[in-house]
Design a protein around this ligand. Structure first.
Ligand code: PMP
Length: 401
Protein backbone atom coordinates (compact mmCIF):
# COMPACT_ATOMS: atom_id res chain seq x y z
CA UNK A 1 0.00 0.00 0.00
CA UNK A 2 2.64 2.47 0.96
CA UNK A 3 5.69 1.15 -0.86
CA UNK A 4 5.69 3.89 -3.45
CA UNK A 5 5.30 6.82 -1.13
CA UNK A 6 7.91 9.50 -1.86
CA UNK A 7 10.77 9.78 0.58
CA UNK A 8 10.19 12.51 3.15
CA UNK A 9 13.17 14.87 3.20
CA UNK A 10 14.66 15.55 6.65
CA UNK A 11 13.03 18.42 8.55
CA UNK A 12 15.04 21.60 7.87
CA UNK A 13 15.58 22.21 11.59
CA UNK A 14 15.09 18.91 13.43
CA UNK A 15 17.00 17.03 10.69
CA UNK A 16 20.05 19.20 11.35
CA UNK A 17 19.73 18.78 15.11
CA UNK A 18 19.68 14.98 14.63
CA UNK A 19 22.71 15.11 12.35
CA UNK A 20 24.53 17.04 15.08
CA UNK A 21 23.56 14.44 17.68
CA UNK A 22 24.96 11.70 15.47
CA UNK A 23 28.25 13.57 14.88
CA UNK A 24 31.07 12.14 17.03
CA UNK A 25 33.38 15.19 16.60
CA UNK A 26 34.21 16.41 20.09
CA UNK A 27 34.18 20.12 19.32
CA UNK A 28 30.85 20.09 17.46
CA UNK A 29 28.52 23.01 18.11
CA UNK A 30 24.73 22.84 17.85
CA UNK A 31 23.25 26.19 16.82
CA UNK A 32 20.35 24.64 14.94
CA UNK A 33 17.42 24.37 17.29
CA UNK A 34 15.73 27.29 19.03
CA UNK A 35 16.17 26.10 22.58
CA UNK A 36 17.93 28.02 25.35
CA UNK A 37 21.26 26.69 26.57
CA UNK A 38 23.12 27.93 29.65
CA UNK A 39 26.75 29.08 29.72
CA UNK A 40 27.84 25.42 29.74
CA UNK A 41 25.78 24.58 26.69
CA UNK A 42 23.23 22.66 28.77
CA UNK A 43 19.43 22.90 28.81
CA UNK A 44 18.30 25.10 31.70
CA UNK A 45 15.47 24.17 34.03
CA UNK A 46 14.28 27.55 35.27
CA UNK A 47 14.66 27.61 39.09
CA UNK A 48 11.13 29.00 39.35
CA UNK A 49 9.86 26.00 37.38
CA UNK A 50 11.64 23.63 39.81
CA UNK A 51 9.97 25.44 42.71
CA UNK A 52 6.55 25.15 41.09
CA UNK A 53 7.15 21.45 40.39
CA UNK A 54 7.86 20.88 44.09
CA UNK A 55 4.70 22.71 45.08
CA UNK A 56 2.74 20.67 42.55
CA UNK A 57 4.12 17.24 43.44
CA UNK A 58 3.74 17.78 47.18
CA UNK A 59 0.04 18.58 46.84
CA UNK A 60 -1.87 15.54 48.22
CA UNK A 61 -4.96 16.55 46.21
CA UNK A 62 -3.06 16.18 42.94
CA UNK A 63 -4.24 13.70 40.32
CA UNK A 64 -3.84 12.80 36.66
CA UNK A 65 -7.43 13.29 35.56
CA UNK A 66 -8.26 14.75 32.15
CA UNK A 67 -8.40 18.52 31.95
CA UNK A 68 -11.65 20.15 30.77
CA UNK A 69 -12.07 20.69 27.00
CA UNK A 70 -10.62 24.21 27.12
CA UNK A 71 -7.66 23.21 29.28
CA UNK A 72 -6.80 24.28 32.83
CA UNK A 73 -8.84 27.45 33.51
CA UNK A 74 -6.40 28.90 36.08
CA UNK A 75 -3.67 28.60 33.45
CA UNK A 76 -5.58 29.90 30.42
CA UNK A 77 -6.89 32.95 32.28
CA UNK A 78 -3.40 33.79 33.57
CA UNK A 79 -1.89 33.23 30.10
CA UNK A 80 -4.41 35.72 28.68
CA UNK A 81 -3.31 38.32 31.27
CA UNK A 82 0.33 37.75 30.33
CA UNK A 83 -0.25 38.36 26.65
CA UNK A 84 -3.01 41.00 26.66
CA UNK A 85 -1.99 42.72 29.90
CA UNK A 86 -3.74 42.47 33.27
CA UNK A 87 -5.41 45.83 32.65
CA UNK A 88 -6.69 44.81 29.20
CA UNK A 89 -10.01 46.41 28.38
CA UNK A 90 -10.82 43.52 26.04
CA UNK A 91 -10.28 41.02 28.87
CA UNK A 92 -12.50 43.01 31.19
CA UNK A 93 -15.19 43.14 28.50
CA UNK A 94 -14.93 39.36 28.03
CA UNK A 95 -14.09 39.82 24.35
CA UNK A 96 -11.33 37.21 24.64
CA UNK A 97 -11.81 33.45 24.86
CA UNK A 98 -8.74 31.35 25.65
CA UNK A 99 -8.17 27.63 25.34
CA UNK A 100 -5.11 25.56 26.13
CA UNK A 101 -3.16 24.28 23.13
CA UNK A 102 -0.32 21.87 22.40
CA UNK A 103 2.36 24.53 22.73
CA UNK A 104 2.68 27.08 19.90
CA UNK A 105 2.37 24.61 17.03
CA UNK A 106 -0.81 22.94 18.28
CA UNK A 107 -2.37 26.33 19.00
CA UNK A 108 -1.55 27.53 15.48
CA UNK A 109 -3.08 24.38 14.01
CA UNK A 110 -6.30 24.56 16.02
CA UNK A 111 -6.54 28.26 15.12
CA UNK A 112 -6.09 27.45 11.43
CA UNK A 113 -8.73 24.67 11.57
CA UNK A 114 -11.09 27.13 13.25
CA UNK A 115 -10.55 29.69 10.47
CA UNK A 116 -11.14 26.98 7.87
CA UNK A 117 -14.43 26.03 9.49
CA UNK A 118 -15.69 29.39 10.74
CA UNK A 119 -14.04 32.19 8.73
CA UNK A 120 -13.45 31.46 5.05
CA UNK A 121 -11.63 28.44 3.67
CA UNK A 122 -11.12 30.17 0.32
CA UNK A 123 -8.91 32.85 1.82
CA UNK A 124 -5.15 32.66 1.52
CA UNK A 125 -2.94 32.58 4.60
CA UNK A 126 0.06 34.86 4.20
CA UNK A 127 3.27 33.97 6.03
CA UNK A 128 6.40 36.12 6.12
CA UNK A 129 9.23 35.41 3.71
CA UNK A 130 11.27 34.02 5.37
CA UNK A 131 9.55 32.43 8.36
CA UNK A 132 9.73 29.51 10.75
CA UNK A 133 9.92 26.49 8.45
CA UNK A 134 6.88 24.78 9.97
CA UNK A 135 4.41 27.59 9.24
CA UNK A 136 3.76 26.64 5.63
CA UNK A 137 3.04 23.01 6.42
CA UNK A 138 0.90 23.69 9.50
CA UNK A 139 -1.42 26.04 7.61
CA UNK A 140 -1.31 23.91 4.46
CA UNK A 141 -2.30 20.87 6.51
CA UNK A 142 -5.32 22.76 7.82
CA UNK A 143 -6.43 23.08 4.18
CA UNK A 144 -5.43 26.64 3.35
CA UNK A 145 -3.64 28.01 0.34
CA UNK A 146 -0.44 29.54 1.74
CA UNK A 147 1.41 32.44 0.16
CA UNK A 148 4.12 34.80 1.39
CA UNK A 149 4.42 38.48 2.19
CA UNK A 150 7.76 40.19 1.68
CA UNK A 151 9.60 40.68 4.95
CA UNK A 152 13.32 40.70 4.44
CA UNK A 153 15.93 42.51 2.42
CA UNK A 154 18.82 40.08 2.40
CA UNK A 155 21.34 42.52 0.96
CA UNK A 156 20.64 45.23 3.57
CA UNK A 157 19.86 42.65 6.28
CA UNK A 158 16.84 44.65 7.42
CA UNK A 159 13.07 44.42 7.11
CA UNK A 160 12.03 45.35 3.61
CA UNK A 161 9.33 47.64 4.95
CA UNK A 162 7.99 49.19 1.75
CA UNK A 163 7.62 45.80 0.11
CA UNK A 164 6.02 44.45 3.30
CA UNK A 165 3.40 47.19 3.06
CA UNK A 166 2.90 46.54 -0.66
CA UNK A 167 2.27 42.87 0.10
CA UNK A 168 -0.45 43.88 2.57
CA UNK A 169 -2.00 46.17 -0.04
CA UNK A 170 -1.78 43.61 -2.84
CA UNK A 171 -3.34 40.71 -0.91
CA UNK A 172 -7.07 40.18 -1.55
CA UNK A 173 -9.28 41.81 1.07
CA UNK A 174 -9.83 39.76 4.20
CA UNK A 175 -6.71 37.62 3.85
CA UNK A 176 -5.19 36.01 6.93
CA UNK A 177 -1.76 37.36 7.91
CA UNK A 178 0.49 35.42 10.27
CA UNK A 179 2.43 37.97 12.30
CA UNK A 180 5.33 37.11 14.58
CA UNK A 181 4.50 38.96 17.80
CA UNK A 182 8.19 39.54 18.60
CA UNK A 183 11.68 38.15 17.97
CA UNK A 184 10.90 37.22 14.37
CA UNK A 185 12.14 33.76 13.46
CA UNK A 186 14.52 33.47 11.61
CA UNK A 187 15.57 37.09 11.03
CA UNK A 188 15.69 38.35 14.64
CA UNK A 189 14.32 41.65 13.30
CA UNK A 190 10.99 43.12 14.38
CA UNK A 191 9.15 46.16 13.06
CA UNK A 192 9.60 49.30 15.19
CA UNK A 193 6.59 50.61 17.12
CA UNK A 194 5.99 53.18 14.37
CA UNK A 195 6.17 50.46 11.73
CA UNK A 196 3.71 48.28 13.67
CA UNK A 197 1.27 51.18 13.65
CA UNK A 198 1.56 51.50 9.87
CA UNK A 199 1.20 47.72 9.41
CA UNK A 200 -1.93 47.78 11.57
CA UNK A 201 -3.43 50.72 9.65
CA UNK A 202 -2.79 49.02 6.31
CA UNK A 203 -4.19 45.71 7.55
CA UNK A 204 -7.29 47.49 8.79
CA UNK A 205 -7.78 49.24 5.45
CA UNK A 206 -7.75 45.85 3.70
CA UNK A 207 -9.84 44.12 6.42
CA UNK A 208 -7.14 41.48 6.80
CA UNK A 209 -7.36 39.03 9.68
CA UNK A 210 -4.30 39.03 11.97
CA UNK A 211 -3.17 35.73 13.46
CA UNK A 212 -0.34 36.42 15.89
CA UNK A 213 2.27 33.79 16.61
CA UNK A 214 3.88 34.55 19.97
CA UNK A 215 6.63 32.00 20.57
CA UNK A 216 9.24 34.26 22.20
CA UNK A 217 7.50 36.63 24.62
CA UNK A 218 10.23 37.75 27.04
CA UNK A 219 13.07 36.73 24.73
CA UNK A 220 13.16 39.83 22.56
CA UNK A 221 13.64 42.51 25.22
CA UNK A 222 13.49 40.49 28.44
CA UNK A 223 10.21 42.25 29.23
CA UNK A 224 6.87 40.51 28.81
CA UNK A 225 4.88 43.71 28.28
CA UNK A 226 7.27 45.15 25.69
CA UNK A 227 7.25 41.90 23.78
CA UNK A 228 3.46 41.93 23.61
CA UNK A 229 3.42 45.46 22.18
CA UNK A 230 2.13 44.57 18.71
CA UNK A 231 -0.64 42.30 19.99
CA UNK A 232 -1.88 44.94 22.41
CA UNK A 233 -1.72 47.62 19.73
CA UNK A 234 -3.88 45.57 17.36
CA UNK A 235 -6.26 44.75 20.22
CA UNK A 236 -6.62 48.43 21.07
CA UNK A 237 -7.46 49.18 17.42
CA UNK A 238 -10.50 46.93 17.47
CA UNK A 239 -9.17 44.04 15.36
CA UNK A 240 -10.75 40.62 15.72
CA UNK A 241 -7.86 38.20 15.79
CA UNK A 242 -6.26 34.98 16.95
CA UNK A 243 -3.14 34.66 19.09
CA UNK A 244 -1.14 31.43 19.45
CA UNK A 245 0.99 31.67 22.58
CA UNK A 246 3.79 29.27 23.39
CA UNK A 247 5.41 28.76 26.79
CA UNK A 248 8.07 26.44 25.34
CA UNK A 249 10.92 28.94 25.28
CA UNK A 250 10.01 31.46 27.94
CA UNK A 251 9.35 28.82 30.64
CA UNK A 252 11.78 26.29 29.23
CA UNK A 253 8.86 23.83 29.02
CA UNK A 254 9.65 22.73 25.47
CA UNK A 255 8.69 19.05 25.70
CA UNK A 256 5.72 19.63 28.01
CA UNK A 257 3.87 21.24 25.07
CA UNK A 258 2.31 24.15 26.87
CA UNK A 259 0.50 26.84 24.95
CA UNK A 260 -2.67 28.80 24.63
CA UNK A 261 -4.91 29.93 21.79
CA UNK A 262 -6.81 33.16 22.27
CA UNK A 263 -9.55 34.61 20.13
CA UNK A 264 -10.38 38.29 20.44
CA UNK A 265 -13.80 39.26 19.11
CA UNK A 266 -15.78 42.45 18.85
CA UNK A 267 -18.01 41.51 21.79
CA UNK A 268 -18.45 38.87 24.48
CA UNK A 269 -21.21 37.05 22.58
CA UNK A 270 -18.97 36.43 19.53
CA UNK A 271 -16.07 35.52 21.82
CA UNK A 272 -18.10 32.84 23.62
CA UNK A 273 -19.54 31.48 20.37
CA UNK A 274 -16.08 31.26 18.74
CA UNK A 275 -14.51 29.95 21.92
CA UNK A 276 -16.94 27.03 21.97
CA UNK A 277 -15.94 26.27 18.38
CA UNK A 278 -12.27 26.40 19.35
CA UNK A 279 -12.98 23.92 22.13
CA UNK A 280 -14.80 21.65 19.70
CA UNK A 281 -11.85 21.78 17.27
CA UNK A 282 -9.44 21.05 20.07
CA UNK A 283 -11.62 18.16 21.28
CA UNK A 284 -11.48 16.66 17.78
CA UNK A 285 -7.73 17.15 17.39
CA UNK A 286 -6.21 16.45 20.82
CA UNK A 287 -9.29 15.64 22.91
CA UNK A 288 -7.68 17.01 26.04
CA UNK A 289 -4.64 19.23 26.53
CA UNK A 290 -1.68 18.02 28.62
CA UNK A 291 -1.88 18.68 32.31
CA UNK A 292 1.62 18.82 33.78
CA UNK A 293 3.01 21.99 32.17
CA UNK A 294 -0.28 23.79 32.64
CA UNK A 295 -0.25 23.09 36.38
CA UNK A 296 3.33 24.30 36.72
CA UNK A 297 2.62 27.49 34.78
CA UNK A 298 -0.59 28.09 36.68
CA UNK A 299 1.30 27.97 39.99
CA UNK A 300 3.87 30.48 38.70
CA UNK A 301 1.50 32.86 36.96
CA UNK A 302 -0.95 33.04 39.86
CA UNK A 303 1.61 33.79 42.56
CA UNK A 304 3.13 37.28 42.65
CA UNK A 305 6.46 36.18 44.09
CA UNK A 306 6.93 33.36 41.59
CA UNK A 307 5.80 35.60 38.75
CA UNK A 308 8.57 38.06 39.65
CA UNK A 309 11.07 35.20 39.79
CA UNK A 310 10.00 34.07 36.34
CA UNK A 311 10.50 37.58 35.00
CA UNK A 312 14.06 37.52 36.39
CA UNK A 313 14.70 34.22 34.63
CA UNK A 314 13.65 35.89 31.38
CA UNK A 315 16.15 38.67 32.02
CA UNK A 316 18.88 36.10 32.70
CA UNK A 317 18.18 34.24 29.45
CA UNK A 318 17.74 37.28 27.24
CA UNK A 319 20.82 39.04 28.70
CA UNK A 320 23.05 36.03 28.13
CA UNK A 321 21.92 35.92 24.51
CA UNK A 322 22.66 39.64 24.14
CA UNK A 323 26.15 39.11 25.57
CA UNK A 324 26.79 36.30 23.11
CA UNK A 325 25.70 38.51 20.22
CA UNK A 326 28.18 41.18 21.29
CA UNK A 327 30.96 38.66 21.85
CA UNK A 328 30.45 37.08 18.43
CA UNK A 329 30.63 40.43 16.66
CA UNK A 330 33.76 41.35 18.67
CA UNK A 331 35.46 38.11 17.66
CA UNK A 332 34.60 38.62 13.99
CA UNK A 333 35.92 42.20 14.13
CA UNK A 334 39.10 40.91 15.82
CA UNK A 335 39.54 38.39 13.04
CA UNK A 336 38.88 41.13 10.46
CA UNK A 337 36.30 38.86 8.86
CA UNK A 338 35.25 40.52 5.59
CA UNK A 339 31.86 42.25 5.76
CA UNK A 340 29.84 44.16 8.31
CA UNK A 341 28.58 41.97 11.18
CA UNK A 342 26.74 44.58 13.23
CA UNK A 343 23.39 43.14 12.16
CA UNK A 344 24.06 40.37 14.69
CA UNK A 345 23.79 42.85 17.57
CA UNK A 346 20.93 44.75 15.92
CA UNK A 347 18.88 41.55 15.77
CA UNK A 348 16.99 40.35 18.85
CA UNK A 349 15.56 37.19 20.35
CA UNK A 350 16.84 33.67 20.07
CA UNK A 351 18.18 33.81 16.52
CA UNK A 352 20.59 35.61 14.30
CA UNK A 353 20.18 35.53 10.57
CA UNK A 354 23.90 35.68 9.90
CA UNK A 355 23.78 36.27 6.17
CA UNK A 356 25.76 33.07 5.49
CA UNK A 357 24.37 31.54 2.31
CA UNK A 358 23.33 27.91 1.80
CA UNK A 359 26.75 26.88 0.54
CA UNK A 360 28.57 28.56 3.42
CA UNK A 361 26.13 27.10 5.95
CA UNK A 362 26.64 23.65 4.47
CA UNK A 363 30.43 24.04 4.78
CA UNK A 364 30.03 25.13 8.40
CA UNK A 365 28.21 21.87 9.05
CA UNK A 366 30.13 19.43 6.88
CA UNK A 367 33.66 20.73 7.33
CA UNK A 368 33.58 22.41 10.73
CA UNK A 369 30.83 20.55 12.63
CA UNK A 370 29.01 23.78 13.47
CA UNK A 371 25.31 23.06 12.96
CA UNK A 372 23.00 25.84 11.79
CA UNK A 373 19.99 25.89 9.46
CA UNK A 374 20.83 26.07 5.78
CA UNK A 375 19.41 29.59 5.49
CA UNK A 376 22.22 30.87 7.73
CA UNK A 377 20.19 31.07 10.94
CA UNK A 378 22.01 30.43 14.20
CA UNK A 379 20.45 29.97 17.60
CA UNK A 380 22.54 32.47 19.56
CA UNK A 381 21.56 30.66 22.77
CA UNK A 382 23.81 27.79 21.65
CA UNK A 383 26.91 30.00 21.93
CA UNK A 384 29.01 30.14 25.10
CA UNK A 385 32.48 31.24 26.24
CA UNK A 386 33.90 27.84 25.32
CA UNK A 387 32.66 27.57 21.73
CA UNK A 388 32.31 31.17 20.55
CA UNK A 389 35.97 31.56 19.47
CA UNK A 390 35.72 28.37 17.41
CA UNK A 391 32.41 29.41 15.81
CA UNK A 392 33.79 32.86 14.91
CA UNK A 393 36.89 31.31 13.36
CA UNK A 394 34.74 28.95 11.27
CA UNK A 395 32.54 31.83 10.06
CA UNK A 396 35.74 33.69 9.20
CA UNK A 397 37.04 30.75 7.17
CA UNK A 398 33.84 30.11 5.21
CA UNK A 399 33.45 33.79 4.39
CA UNK A 400 37.03 33.96 3.09
CA UNK A 401 36.94 30.71 1.13
N1 PMP B 1 6.30 29.82 16.02
C1 PMP B 1 7.57 30.15 15.85
C2 PMP B 1 7.89 31.39 15.11
C3 PMP B 1 8.59 29.35 16.39
O1 PMP B 1 9.84 29.70 16.20
C4 PMP B 1 8.22 28.19 17.10
C5 PMP B 1 9.27 27.29 17.68
N2 PMP B 1 10.41 27.14 17.04
C6 PMP B 1 6.87 27.90 17.24
C7 PMP B 1 5.93 28.73 16.69
C8 PMP B 1 6.31 26.69 17.95
O2 PMP B 1 6.98 26.21 18.99
P1 PMP B 1 6.33 25.19 20.03
O3 PMP B 1 5.33 24.39 19.30
O4 PMP B 1 7.49 24.37 20.47
O5 PMP B 1 5.74 26.03 21.08
Amino acid sequence: LFANLPEVPPDPILGIASACKADSFEGKVDLSIGAYRDENGKPWILPVVSKAEKILTSNPERNHEYLPMGGLPSFTSAAARIIFGSDSKELKNKQIYSIQGLSGTGSLFVGACFLYECYDRNKTIYISDPTWTNHRSVFGLAGFKVDVYTYWDSSLKTISFEKYISSIRDAPEGSVFILHACAHNPTGSDPTKEQWQIIANEMKAKKHFPFFDSAYQGFATGDLDNDAYAIRLFASMGFEMLVAQSFAKNMGLYGERLGCLHILCKDSNSATRSGKFLEKMSRNIVSSAPRYGAEIASIILNNDELLQEWKQCLVIMSSRILEMRKALVEKLVELKTPGDWTHITRQIGMFSFTGLNTEQSTTMIEKYHVYLTKNGRISVAGLNEKNIGYVASCIDKVVRS
